[in-house]
Design a protein around this ligand. Structure first.
Ligand code: SF4
Ligand code: SF4
Length: 334
């Protein structure tokens, strides 16, 4: 059995879904580790089709990638096992990476023959579609062989995700307009007012172009992970949660790094995108928040709803609000 075969066999034992090999080529890559020669790239799949099927009304939507244990932890655990296997068996030195800004994870996965990049910018793997996470080891080991890039154009003639994307982030000009992507908006520090409507009820991420892509299918054998939180998340509960509850729920998922305030802001935006008396009631209830930016977001949401009930709440808040900046904003919507 050659080195690659031994690694592949061990990868199967520790339930790595896909593994590929490529050379460390560039100076940047070689400078990260003394004697760097190769990358061992792994894919960890997840399931796009499980859902708690709740009505979306007054529930925010979490991406399927962010309802179970933070994938960085899952991928890192497997990479650490692989690292130990290589060091014990082959005296190999290696460095571990997952979702780092140093290298492009997707480009490395392509170089290691694990898929192609789709028009929606996701890596498309022939078995697991777009629903995978990428991790890799940079090693000082010369491998027996290296995988080749797959040269087919999977997306040729297809424009399903372009049509499915609600914000037209996937351009017909083959450009990806990241500033319009809902997934990025849910993570942005500030969301431009004119783009908030596009977010609909998204709390973190967006799965629309993945669910539309024919590479994904309920029959794919993607790994099913135990959920920590529900995909459709109760907005009243989200807005009332304290730090300890956040830490114990969303905080344990891949959305946790954005922090409670960003998720709550997105919840307020979601309520503002749903014109109903119930939305107005919840926004009114949480206006007592001491955080000025949260109150400002509530004002924007009530303003976007614009119903008689929403205007009535705004009038009441205008009469009692002490902060001048917030009062001015309320005035804009009256
Ligand atoms: S993640 Fe959502 S907003 Fe972003 S490109 Fe895909 S469908 Fe469009
Ligand atoms: S939906 Fe079609 S164009 Fe978009 S990524 Fe999938 S295969 Fe490519």
């Amino acid at each position: 059995m050659n080195i690659n075969q031994s690694i592949i066999q061990y990868a199967k034992e520790i339930s790595i879904d896909k593994i590929g090999f490529c050379r460390a080529n560039t100076d940047l890559e070689r400078n990260q580790l003394k004697g760097a020669q190769s990358f061992i790239v792994i894919l960890e799949s997840y399931n796009l089709y499980l859902t708690n099927e709740k009505s979306t009304i007054l529930h925010g939507k979490m991406s399927k990638a962010a309802i179970f244990e933070d994938y960085h932890k899952i991928v890192n655990r497997k990479l650490e096992l692989l690292q130990r296997f290589l060091s014990d068996g082959f005296h190999c030195n290696s460095k571990l990476y997952c979702d780092t800004s140093l290298f492009s994870d997707r480009s490395l996965a392509v170089r290691a023959g694990l898929g192609v990049i789709g028009k929606n910018t996701f890596l498309i793997n022939e078995d697991y579609g777009t629903a995978t996470f990428i991790g890799y080891l940079l090693t000082d080991m010369k491998l027996e062989y290296y995988d080749s890039e797959i040269r087919n154009d999977y997306c040729e003639g297809c424009s399903i995700c372009l049509n499915a994307c609600p914000s037209k982030a996937i351009g017909v000009d083959k450009q990806f307009h990241i500033d319009l992507c809902i997934s990025k908006l849910t993570q942005a520090k500030e969301v431009p007012e004119e783009l908030k409507k596009l977010m609909s009820n998204s709390l973190y991420g967006c799965d629309i172009c993945q669910l539309a892509c024919p590479s994904n299918h309920p029959k794919n054998k993607n790994s099913v992970k135990e959920s920590i939180i529900e995909e459709y998340y109760d907005l009243d509960f989200l807005l009332s949660m304290n730090n300890a509850i956040f830490k114990d729920t969303i905080g344990k998922t891949a959305a946790g790094w954005k922090g409670k305030k960003t998720l709550q802001r997105n919840g307020i935006i979601a309520l503002g995108n749903h014109d109903s008396q119930e939305s107005v009631r919840i926004l009114n209830k949480f206006y007592q928040d001491i955080r000025i930016d949260i109150r400002m977001e509530i004002v924007h949401s009530l303003g976007r709803i614009g119903s008689i009930e929403a205007k009535q709440v705004l009038k009441e808040k205008h009469a009692t609000e002490k902060n001048e900046e917030v009062r001015l904003l309320i005035h804009k919507y009256l």
